[in-house]
Write a protein that binds this ligand. Structure first.
Ligand code: OSB
Ligand code: MG
Length: 374
């Protein structure tokens, strides 16, 4: 393909309720969406990409303004130069962008838009491209830190009433044993897990081990992103399976984590690892090592949610992911919404990787837009 131009849209979407983690409270999702216009064998196609980066560098180093800068200053110009030498394919995007260190969420969004355009031109869905045979994935929900335990119990009950099959509770120092105990006592059989977003240190090992009493599926990223060895140590000091999110930035990092015993489970987030192609490699690697994976999220709009649902159809995704219905975060999605039915989300089979946004809803949500010409 040959890229003609790329529009960068910054959207501002209100959340249905504030979402609090150990690192921030979000009331809005400001998200970058790429609209890539390309020529594939004389036919014009549009590819969509969504960037996982948050507004501030508090989950990882990347943040919205930085993503926009690196994308316009480096990533797109490098692809424009590459396509002067040979036609561009999604499979070569990571190679062309290799000289740029890090910035995986920005790279993931660019690769996503190219892959979406490529699949759309070939009229193939991402699920078919991956060889996914399931038609739906079980739907879990990530529950933010609440103001009180009664409020938490109400929120969890609401999600269970909607049919969510797995509850993930965000925890932090001061909001851990009591809320988890309360939810476990109210729902003795519900599949339950916790996510600390790197809020603890190994000094907290004895405290964290008290979570073993609550029969959790896993504990996600208790320690800092670069604390692989310490996660391995912590894993020997508690029975709850250790799951990594922030630390797994690539297939190489996944291999290291597995070899060190730092991860019994991996949360695969395509944006965090540089894109859907690397996410697939991590799935394959984990499968080969008998490590369970599940698909994480970054409050995706329907654009990215579609791609996550298809990826999660791969056979190694044996645990329910954070693939909730659109209305878990947004009263109105910018695409046809994803809905939960019987605890599951249907895997899209329309051509492409992304789900196409509705032009009116996209325009209404857009805070700013500009276009970069090839
Ligand atoms: O750690 O999984 C996380 C949201 C933003 C940043 C990090 C995380 C999350 C979530 C929500 O837990 C996942 C989702 O439903 O999109
Ligand atoms: Mg997480």
């Amino acid at each position: 393909m040959r890229i003609r131009h790329v529009a960068l849209h910054t959207l501002d979407l209100p959340l249905v309720a504030p979402f609090t983690t150990s690192f921030s409270t979000q009331t809005h999702r400001r998200v970058l969406v790429l609209e890539l216009h390309a020529d594939v064998d004389g036919v014009e196609v549009v590819g969509w990409g969504e960037c996982g980066a948050l507004t501030e560098p508090v989950y990882s180093e990347e943040y919205l303004a930085g993503v926009i800068d690196v994308t316009t200053s480096y990533l797109l110009p490098m692809l424009f130069a590459a396509q002067e030498r040979a036609p561009l394919t999604a499979e070569t995007v990571a190679h062309h962008l290799e000289r740029i260190v890090g910035h995986r969420m920005a790279k993931a969004a660019v690769e996503m838009a190219v892959l979406d355009a490529q699949l759309r031109a070939a009229r193939v869905s991402f699920a078919d491209h991956l060889g996914v045979t399931r038609d739906r994935v079980p739907s879990g929900v990530s529950v933010g830190i609440q103001d009180s335990i009664p409020q938490l119990l109400d929120t969890v009950q609401g999600y269970l009433d909607e049919g969510y099959v797995r509850i993930k509770l965000k925890i932090k120092p001061g909001w851990d044993l009591d809320p988890v105990r309360a939810v476990r006592e109210a729902h003795p059989d519900v599949p339950l897990q916790v996510d600390a977003n790197a809020a603890y240190t190994l000094v907290d090992a004895n405290h964290l081990a008290k979570l073993d009493a609550f029969d959790l599926l896993l504990i996600e990223q208790p320690l800092a992103e670069d604390d692989l060895r310490q996660h391995a140590e912590l894993a020997t000091r508690m029975r709850t399976p250790m799951c990594l999110d922030e630390s797994v930035v690539s297939a190489t990092a996944a291999a290291d984590a597995i070899a060190l015993g730092a991860a019994q489970v991996i949360n695969i987030k395509p944006s965090r690892v540089g894109g859907y192609l690397e996410a697939r490699r991590i799935h394959d690697l984990a499968c080969a090592h008998g490590i369970a994976v599940w698909c994480g999220g970054m409050l995706e709009t329907g654009i990215g949610r579609a791609a996550n649902a298809a990826l999660a159809g791969l056979p190694g995704f044996t645990l329910p992911g954070d693939i909730s219905a659109s209305d878990r975060f947004y009263a109105e999605d910018i695409t046809e919404p994803f809905v939960i039915e019987d605890g599951h989300i249907a895997i899209p089979r329309e051509p492409g990787l992304a789900r196409v946004p509705d032009p009116d809803r996209l325009a209404a949500a857009t805070a700013s837009s500009f276009q970069v010409e090839a």
